[in-house]
Design a protein around this ligand. Sequence first.
Ligand code: C2E
Ligand code: MG
Ligand code: MG
Ligand code: MG
Length: 283
Amino acid sequence: MNMAADQEMNRSMKRDEEHAFAREQFLQLLRHKQIHTVYQPIVSLKDGIIAGYEALTRVPEDSGFESPVRLFEYAEKEGLIYPLDRLARETAIRNSLAMGGRELLFINIPAASLQDPQFAAGKTIELLRDRGLKPEHVVFEITERSSIHDFAAAKQVLEHYRSQGYRIAIDDAGAGYSSLQAIAELHPDFIKVDRSLVQDIHLHKTKEYMMETFVAFAGKLHIEVIAEGIECEEELLFLTRMGVHYGQGYLLGKPGTEKADVAPGLIQQIVQQRKLHDYAGSA
Ligand code: C2E
Ligand code: MG
Ligand code: MG
Ligand code: MG
């Protein structure tokens, strides 16, 4: 065998080994349920009150997956998303902070998992019920990592949940695959606008215009807008003045395992900026 072919074979064997190793690590994580959930507040930009919490999965540092994004990407690529997603949902619901009160629990559902027979069959509903979470307390956030290939089937599953009182959010709007047409057709209760449009929105006219478009579009369809990834006061105040309904981000509260508090100074500023928005609207 010549040297080039030899090297190629070595590389290929190494790739197979790495592949097998990643898979073993993933299965290990599933088997031993080595994930946990943190909860990040979602705050009303009308009054600064916490409206709910988004459940976000965390992986141990030595798991070989450096972030939940990597973990979920890997699972989707390998066709292993259903079992991971089931575990993530189960863990999120079991440890949920939002109980009894009026706070909402936002749960991430990749579009791919809408086709999971177990999700469609309502296993999740059982878990929620056991935890005392009524349909009106729960919002499913739909993320598309790739475009929904069976849109009609996905829509049907969502309609089933909505008919029982659960609410739907389209996640990462403005990035990714969700077109305005898809949003109009799914007609969710919330649109979560991606952090890439929120970051430094006060400095970029194009971001401002895109956000304005979402707010106007959502307003016509009676959908509420949530801005993701708010990190500084300028962004928060700007979005509040624009009439964005809810905000989420490190400035308002980091993901954690306890219920959060929004800084009183921020609440005061939200209320003030909101008045400016309402005044401009009525003038
Ligand atoms: P996502 O659903 O859009 O979640 C928002 C992400 O933004 C979270 O990252 C959150 O920690 C982060 N974030 C929130 N505020 C800020 C901020 O002010 N600045 C910055 N830089 N980031 C902020 P995280 O937890 O790493 O999750 C990333 C993505 O992984 C999520 O994006 C979601 O697509 C996926 N994911 C996480 N947990 C789950 C889960 O339990 N199930 C599913 N299916 N997907 C999940
Ligand atoms: Mg989300
Ligand atoms: Mg999101
Ligand atoms: Mg996002």
